[in-house]
Design a protein around this ligand. Structure first.
Ligand SMILES: Nc1ncnc2c1ncn2[C@@H]1O[C@H](COP(=O)(O)OP(=O)(O)O)[C@@H](O)[C@H]1O
Ligand SMILES: [Mg+2]
Length: 364
């Protein structure tokens, strides 16, 4: 059988690195033929964080950072092709999300950097990049964009399912049996837990949520965090580090709180904000399918399962797609949509005026 091969590149809000997936779209169901993860060096992560917050000479620094990212992305594609023993000519396109350094749809823009031109030059492969801008131009949030792909992979004719992506931020996709797909960003996923672990453990993350599991959450802090108006906004809505960041957390903290208690509270914030969103908007759901790095936080997964009982909470792996592959695969699929002239957004999710073909195409 002939193959239709695409590479998808996702580097999300966590700033942990880039996930690259090789996807075959020839069959009735997309098939992952390979995956690689390239962690970002601490200096690149620090620069991206600085650019997100606003920095001196940020235009020049963002341009250099975009070039650095393009080289990382090209290396990931090269690893991916080598691992699958496939030449670059077999690839129809690379779908590259890029790195979000600002997300302000209410102000009319969202900014993902990565230099698609350089990525095309380095790989010799057609690149589709800058997926979110067109949706924002059409009045949408530009996010989340994975729901159309989630619908392809995880829908069931028998039951209402929710897909939850636990990345730096968390987003849900509602897949009613035969009904209209909905979805939005619920708020923070791992990003606040990560930054607190980095600050207090000197580790990139709280492995498996073990540190958080060793202390009780603080009720007053949790109430202050959950009091953030974003959680009560009706969809369509999307968010990012622009909103949920270190200064935001600082404003809610009171003196004398134990660092481990804060970590437990941040885990509880993610779990409760997700559970609340599901109960409020999708009360009749029968199953929660989880993807993203947060699946590997056993404490968080167990807490979610506890809050959502009796709804089963499962890794996407149980439904045929590794949790670390899902979002990168979505951008491979979105690249194919763009090349085929098909829309990638779901207006009911993003709030755009209509379906739009997403992305800018850089020929090989
Ligand atoms: N073993 C683990 N224990 C706890 N958290 C983990 C583990 N592995 C990954 N994570 C979390 O997942 C995040 C990466 O998830 P990812 O889906 O790549 O998010 P993003 O798309 O925002 O980069 C890490 O920053 C970390 O918080
Ligand atoms: Mg990541």
């Amino acid at each position: 059988m002939s193959r239709e091969l695409y590479a998808g590149l996702m580097s999300g809000t966590s700033l942990d690195g880039v996930d690259a997936v090789l996807l075959d779209l020839a069959g009735p169901r997309p098939e992952v033929l390979g995956h690689t993860h390239r962690p970002f060096a601490p200096a690149l992560r620090a620069e991206l964080l600085a650019l997100n917050a606003g920095a001196q000479d940020e235009l020049g620094r963002a341009a250099l950072c975009a070039n650095h990212l393009a080289r990382e992305y090209a290396a990931a594609v090269s690893d991916l092709l080598a691992g699958a023993s496939i030449g670059r000519l077999a690839l129809r396109a690379i779908g590259c999300h890029g790195q979000t350094i600002r997300h302000r749809p209410e102000a009319g823009y969202t900014l993902q950097i990565g230099n698609g031109a350089l990525l095309a030059e380095l790989t010799g492969v057609r690149v589709v990049a800058d997926f979110r801008s067109r949706d924002v131009a059409a009045g949408g949030q530009g996010a989340p964009l994975a729901p159309a792909f989630h619908a392809q992979i995880f829908s069931s004719r028998a039951e209402h399912r929710i897909v939850l992506n636990l990345g730096g931020m968390a987003n849900v996709t509602s897949l009613p049996a035969g009904g209209a797909v909905a979805g939005f960003d619920t708020g923070p996923g791992n990003c606040l837990m990560d930054l607190w672990a980095q600050e207090h453990l000197g580790a990139p993350r709280d492995e498996d949520g073990t540190w958080a599991a060793g202390a009780p959450a603080d009720d007053a802090l949790l109430a202050a965090l959950l009091g953030e108006p974003y959680f009560r906004l009706p969809p369509p809505k999307s968010t990012g580090r622009d909103q949920f960041n270190r200064p935001w957390l600082e404003r809610k903290l009171r003196a004398g709180l134990d660092a481990q208690v804060v970590q437990a509270t941040l885990l509880e914030l993610t779990a409760q904000s997700v559970a609340q969103a599901i109960r409020r908007h999708f009360a009749d759901t029968r199953r929660l399918i989880v993807c993203g790095g947060g699946v590997r936080n056993g404490t968080l997964m167990a807490r979610l399962a506890g809050l959502l009982q009796p709804i089963p909470v499962e890794s996407s792996a149980r439904h045929g797609l590794d949790p670390a592959h899902v979002e990168a695969a979505a951008f491979a699929w979105l690249a194919a949509q763009a090349l085929g002239g098909h829309p990638g957004n779901l207006p009911a999710v993003t709030g755009a005026r209509g379906p739009r073909v997403l992305g800018a195409i850089y020929p090989p």
